[in-house]
Design a protein around this ligand. Structure first.
Ligand SMILES: Cc1cc2nc3c(=O)[nH]c(=O)nc-3n(C[C@H](O)[C@H](O)[C@H](O)COP(=O)(O)O)c2cc1C
Length: 272
């Protein structure tokens, strides 16, 4: 398979595709069509910048079935709108009981494919725990792990206040999954270029996309901790032990609205 196909009619021979390629995979001599670099074509990381930068839609990466995804400039959000979303996103801890529509959640998950990842490896995969009953099973498995930590009086039990969390769970108050109707669990291979960072960024993309869609979301940190320490939790998620959970979100229709954004201090910054 070749690296890319160029529409010779459409190509303006402007060299933009070669200029943006982060790995130098494309050569474009003046007024010539772009061609794959003899050696460096092998370093393509499939970032698609060559496709996206071309104003004429002249280039297609052969590894992708589809071409550029059009961006309607008229839909570009203003900084005020972006600010609104970033300020308005909250950790939602009260959910309506019905799970959000699967089509909507699938759309949001597809957006996480646009998150940055080291070498554009995009190693993140998802387990969607998609019914309240299944979420309950996960919460029970997490509580079981917590109980072991509490019994052994581990430093983690103290640091995460696990006696109180388990006590509440046993009394019918779910601080672990907050009775969410759905969980999104991001996992990657244990090894890779930057899998931990990639996982956290993908979850953050999903959290922001959920806020944009009017869904409530909250990091499920206890599940992440349990999955790190207890292979039984991985099994409940249907994951093998060579997978690492990088983040998890509770998801659902929000049962509360916030009237305003909370106060925050200014960013602590050293300008060098
Ligand atoms: C890695 C991580 C783990 C978290 N785990 C939990 C959790 O297990 N339960 C919970 O209620 N909130 C959890 N949170 C949410 C934080 O408490 C929340 O972001 C913080 O209180 C600020 O509120 P805001 O997100 O509404 O701005 C977690 C957040 C992060 C980033």
């Amino acid at each position: 398979m070749t690296l890319f196909t160029v529409d010779a009619e459409a190509c303006a021979r402007d060299g933009l595709c070669a200029a943006v390629c982060p790995a130098g995979c494309i050569v474009c001599a003046p007024d010539e069509l772009p061609v794959p670099h003899e050696k460096k074509h092998a370093y393509c990381i499939e970032c698609g910048h060559c496709v996206a930068v071309c104003p004429h839609g002249a280039l297609r990466l052969d590894r992708f079935a589809s071409g550029p995804v059009s961006l309607d400039r008229a839909n570009r959000p203003s900084l005020d709108q972006v600010e609104w979303l970033l300020r308005a996103r909250r950790s939602m801890r009260a959910f309506r009981p019905e799970p959000p529509e699967r089509e909507l959640v699938a759309r949001l998950l597809d957006l996480t494919q646009y998150a940055p990842s080291g070498h554009n490896a995009r190693p993140v995969e998802w387990v969607m725990v998609s019914t309240p009953e299944a979420v309950r099973t996960v919460a029970v498995a997490v509580a079981q792990w917590m109980r072991g930590e509490v019994e052994r009086q581990t430093p983690l039990a103290a640091a995460l206040h696990l006696p109180g969390v388990v006590g509440a769970f046993d009394a019918g108050v779910d601080i672990i999954c907050r009775d969410a109707p759905m969980l999104a669990v991001a996992h990657t291979p244990a090894q890779g270029i930057t899998p931990a960072e990639d996982g956290v960024i993908a979850v953050t993309y999903l959290e922001l996309a959920a806020a944009g869609a009017g869904l409530g979301a909250c990091w499920c940190g206890y599940l992440c901790a349990a999955a790190r320490h207890d292979p039984r939790v991985l099994r409940v998620l249907g994951l093998d032990e060579d997978r690492a959970v990088r983040g998890a979100l509770m998801l659902g229709r929000p049962a509360r609205r916030y009237a305003a954004a909370p106060p925050r201090t200014q960013a602590r910054v050293d300008w060098l």
